[in-house]
Design a protein around this ligand. Structure first.
Ligand code: DAH
Length: 351
């Protein structure tokens, strides 16, 4: 074979390689690779024939052969999904048994995890989820909840007002608690009612380790015939046991909220020190063995009346809790601000 014949042969191989590549549906890439680039493939055999060609011409032909080989490898690689930028040196080889590239996954926010867990517990007890607006009317946030105008209890909640008036000419406000959803639900539904209502609330408060101007609450409302404080106690005890474990205990301390009578602060036995008075002073319960977690009570007759429910026929209980406080207890977070800073080192610890 002389140099001219060799070049013609090379050109013929390149042409039939192109035909094969364009017919990949009938010929698979591996078969094409073997036929043209394999150790006994057409190109390898042609390169072996170079030994018969005079040395002066052999070098240039060898370069032509190598260029053709690289070109074929790149085209085959592209077919198999190997990027051309990997260069001809990267022999196209795809090992499907290798593990994939890890990629960062997002996680749910600790508050969302906490809320989901709380919602699940109440769902088991028959409570469904209701929602209300963040920008609220004075009527729903205060008045229908038995806070008449100028009632001193309004001062308990430092309110952000909005420069928009409602239909009765009063300034709208950012809801200071989730309790207005009680009123909205009762006005829209016939009893029996069994709802929880999670969501964001706002108060004009300075930010510190246990306060924020925007935080989250979950409200609960149960209205039916003959609902009593005993039903409230049982419900909250079941809830706490489900969330914190079967050894959790609940106790009620008398308290005041205008929309319930009687009203109570509900405390749970300390989930950290388990109420052991003898050990070192627990920083969470301050050595008392109890943690205050909720406000609750029996729905005030004035609230039922505002919703056109006859207090002689219907009764109910209500409760409200801060979700941040639960998240801090569940995940051992000591400063509420950690829940808002979105530091991935914190967020990734909570699944
Ligand atoms: N809304 C109250 C607050 O934000 C919490 C609360 C107390 C809700 C007692 C209730 C309740 O439903 O019965 O401070």
């Amino acid at each position: 074979m002389n140099a001219t014949e060799w070049k013609e042969k090379l050109s013929a191989i390149r042409d039939s390689f192109s035909v094969s590549i364009n017919n990949v549906q009938t010929e698979n890439p591996e078969a094409i690779e073997l036929r043209f680039l394999g150790r006994k493939g057409e190109l390898a055999l042609l390169l072996r024939d170079l030994k018969d060609i005079p040395i002066e011409e052999r070098k240039a032909l060898g370069a032509l052969g190598n260029t053709a080989k690289e070109e074929m490898m790149v085209r085959l690689g592209a077919l198999k999904g190997v990027p051309a930028s990997a260069g001809p040196a990267a022999k196209p080889n795809l090992d499907l048994t290798l593990p994939g590239w890890p990629f960062p996954k997002g996680t749910l926010h600790p508050l969302t995890v906490t809320l989901n867990r709380m919602t699940e517990c109440f769902a088991k007890l028959g409570f469904s989820v209701a929602e209300g607006p963040l920008i609220e009317e004075d009527y729903f946030n205060f008045e229908a909840l038995n806070f008449p105008p100028f009632h001193p209890a309004r001062d308990m909640q430092d309110t952000f007002y909005v420069d928009v008036k409602d239909a009765s000419g009063k300034d709208m406000l950012l809801r200071t608690h989730t309790s207005p959803v009680q009123i909205r639900t009762m006005k829209n539904q016939e009893p029996p009612i069994r709802i929880i209502s999670p969501g964001r609330v706002f108060r004009s408060e300075a930010v510190d380790a246990s306060h924020s101007f925007a935080f989250h609450q979950i409200e609960g409302l149960y209205v039916d015939k003959n609902v009593s404080m005993a039903d409230l106690k049982w419900t909250l005890e079941e809830f706490m046991k489900d969330l914190f474990g079967s050894s959790a205990k609940v106790r009620f301390m008398p308290s005041y909220f205008p929309f319930v009578e009687p009203g109570a602060e509900v405390e749970v036995s300390c989930v950290f020190c388990r109420g052991k008075a003898d050990g070192p002073r627990c920083p969470v319960c301050k050595g008392t063995g109890w943690i205050e977690l909720l406000g609750a009570g029996v729905v005030h007759p004035n609230v039922l009346k505002a919703c056109n429910y006859d207090p002689a026929k219907w009764s109910g209980f209500a409760f409200g809790a801060g979700i941040e406080r639960f998240a801090m207890l569940l995940f051992g977070i000591s400063d509420m601000r950690m829940l808002y800073e979105n530091d991935l080192r914190i967020l990734k610890q909570v699944q």
